[in-house]
Ligand binder design. Structure first.
Ligand code: NAP
Length: 265
């Protein structure tokens, strides 16, 4: 049976084993998907040891090791390079192929399950960390009319905007004029919403929080209260990025709809 791992810290709360288990069942495959909680600083040694002892076929990588994973790989895809992070590793002999499926996961969920096109849209991405990078790398090729990145620490937004060829704005300069607003900050982890003005949701068709929870996140509540017509969390993205990883490893494309329904339920 092929082995796949999720490597991160912490990982005990992760839905990935359930998601991949459902994908495998649907595709009549048997896989062994396990989580490993790695102490920060020990990623490279740990993965080296795991590969020798367990001979895995692949691994997902989550916080805080996506950049370490990019360094560890012998070859990475263009989308992983532009995201500056790897969340999917495939092992083949001495080679380690790295990819980043986060951005594609976001776009597939938005355009598929949510039925929202990015073509001609004015998009605001809040945050300038790894998730914002992955999402920007993916939406830049979707024909958006204008993409703006904003971040609590403005220097990080300026650097990211320069690198990706998009606009930037400080939180205090944000006003109206966005069709799609994406919260790619980790504020949800501290049960908070980024301190952006509610006016950004005035013309907004959909506000997406990459963070997900059982109940609407603080950002989703803030967007709704500020007049946003539709709000979504990051569960759909999580499932879609997993489906991309599954396809890379096993060549099969699982149907993500029943998995979303099961996990949301
Ligand atoms: P990261 O690299 O650590 O970046 C964190 C970002 O959040 C930075 O831009 C930081 O701004 C900002 N931030 C943190 N707390 C904030 C606050 N209270 N107010 C405003 N901004 C704040 O983290 P990441 O990997 O990008 O992850 C970001 C989020 O995306 C997390 O919630 C994660 O769970 C989610 N995510 C979801 C999926 C999915 O599949 N659904 C996949 C990947 C990530 P500063 O620069 O000012 O510190």
């Amino acid at each position: 049976m092929k082995k796949f791992f999720l490597l991160g810290h912490p990982v005990s709360h992760s839905l990935s084993p359930r998601i991949h288990g459902m994908f495998a069942e649907q595709c009549h495959m048997q896989i062994d998907y396990r989580t490993y909680d790695i102490e920060p600083g020990g990623f490279i040694d740990y993965v080296g040891r795991l590969r020798l002892e367990e001979n895995p076929a692949g691994a997902n990588v989550t916080l805080p090791f996506k950049r370490d994973a990019a360094d560890y790989c012998t070859e990475i895809t263009e989308r992983a390079r532009s995201a500056g992070a790897v969340n999917t590793m495939t092992f083949s002999g001495n080679h380690v192929y790295g990819d980043n499926t986060d951005g594609a996961g976001f776009v597939n969920d938005l355009t598929g399950r949510c039925g929202v096109s990015l073509l001609g849209k004015r998009v605001l991405v809040i945050g300038a960390g790894g998730a914002a990078r992955g999402v920007l790398a993916a939406i830049c090729s979707q024909g958006c009319a204008r993409i703006t990145v904003s971040n609590r620490t403005i220097g990080a937004a300026i650097a990211l905007a320069d690198e990706m060829g998009v606009h930037y704005a400080a939180f205090t300069d944000l006003t109206t004029g966005y069709d799609i607003v994406i919260n790619a900050t980790s504020a949800g982890l501290s049960n908070a919403s980024p301190a952006v003005p509610g006016t950004i949701f005035k013309d907004c068709e959909i506000a997406c929080d990459l963070f997900y929870a059982k109940t609407p996140t603080p950002f989703m509540r803030f967007a709704s209260e500020s007049g946003c017509r539709r709000v979504e969390d990051g569960l759909g993205m999580l499932i879609e990025q997993a489906a991309e990883s599954f396809h890379i490893w096993l060549g099969a494309r699982p149907d993500t709809k029943p998995v979303y329904a099961a996990l949301r339920g």
